[in-house]
Ligand binder design. Structure first.
Ligand code: CO8
Length: 264
């Protein structure tokens, strides 16, 4: 599919932004292809997604500066909304999405990674919100998600100075969870996706929803969200089988088995 490939390997999907000649910069077509790729994922089968960029140099080097350069105020707003809508689709995607950041993650590249559940990167990765150096604000969620992820003080410093940071600093400030040699990154992301996929899928989805929805409200309302989702797990076969397996193990360790969790 155009600028975005999606490969399903058993119950994980690897979505690759494939425009390496422009360092995977996000133009309108890439954004449309990205939306179509996520819309096309069958979440009855796929239990975790890895999002990465083609090539060894760049994850996503931002929104397409050429395309943006002539936008009017209304067109700028519309382009911002287009990006925000697809990034929100990723953020709210029913199953977890892991960003495997294999190089530049600048502007819209940093922003798309922040709409994913988990970020891991290669040693050559570079992060930043260079927008104020281009005369614009971060427009694909950067002013909002960076502050929520690393705190307002550090986010403001990075955004106001437009300074790029390397992988080790991104790790230190909590923007990424781990740093790998470039050649090990995708395998590490797929391994993490497979670990997620081996767990009860309805419970994993419920955890994602509880964390995301809970972060938007006060702690009392957030705990109610958790209680409801926790309760709903007791209507699933996975809960019955998962707990029965634990009790069998206690009774006789030889009875241990790997539970084949279902979407039920
Ligand atoms: N947009 C368009 N093309 C790009 C972009 C980009 N963001 N980044 C790189 N490219 C293209 C280059 O133009 C070049 O193309 P060509 O070969 O045709 O000249 C090709 O990719 C390779 O790039 P370079 O030759 O520049 O490679 P270098 O290794 O020398 O440099 C850099 C790599 C440092 C990443 C450099 O390309 C760079 O600084 N790129 C721009 C990074 C940037 O500023 N990104 C933020 C953009 S703004 C943004 O993302 C805002 C998001 C919110 C939008 C809201 C809309 C309202």
């Amino acid at each position: 599919m155009g600028f975005v490939n999606c490969e399903v390997k058993e119950n994980i999907a690897v979505v690759t932004i494939n425009r390496p000649e422009a360092l995977n910069a996000l133009n309108s077509q890439v954004l449309d292809d990205l939306a179509a790729a996520f819309d096309g994922i069958d979440t009855n089968v796929v239990r975790a997604v890895v999002l990465t960029g083609a090539g060894e140099k760049s994850f996503v080097a931002g929104a397409d500066i050429g395309e943006m350069s002539t936008l009017s105020k209304a067109e700028g707003e519309a382009f911002g909304k287009k990006g925000n809508d697809i990034f929100r689709k990723i953020e709210e995607f029913p199953v977890p999405v892991i960003a495997a950041i294999n190089g530049f993650a600048l502007g819209g590249g940093c922003e798309i990674s922040m709409s994913c559940d988990i970020r891991i990167c290669s040693e050559n990765a570079m992060f930043g919100q260079p927008e104020v150096g281009l005369g614009i604000t971060p427009g694909f969620g950067g002013t909002q998600r960076l502050a929520r992820l690393i705190g307002a003080g550090m986010a403001k410093q990075l955004i106001y100075t437009a300074r790029n940071i390397k992988a080790d600093e991104a790790y230190r400030i909590g923007l990424v969870n781990a740093v790998y040699p470039q050649e090990e990154l995708l395998a590490a992301a797929e391994k993490m996706a497979s670990q997620i996929a081996a767990n009860a899928p309805i419970a994993v989805r419920a955890c994602k929803k509880a964390i995301n929805d809970g972060l938007q409200v006060n702690i009392d309302d957030a705990l109610v969200i958790e209680e409801k989702l926790f309760g709903s797990c007791f209507e699933t076969e996975d809960q019955r089988e998962g707990m029965a397996n634990f009790l069998r193990k206690k009774d006789d360790p030889a009875k241990v088995k790997v539970v084949a969790f279902k979407n039920a």
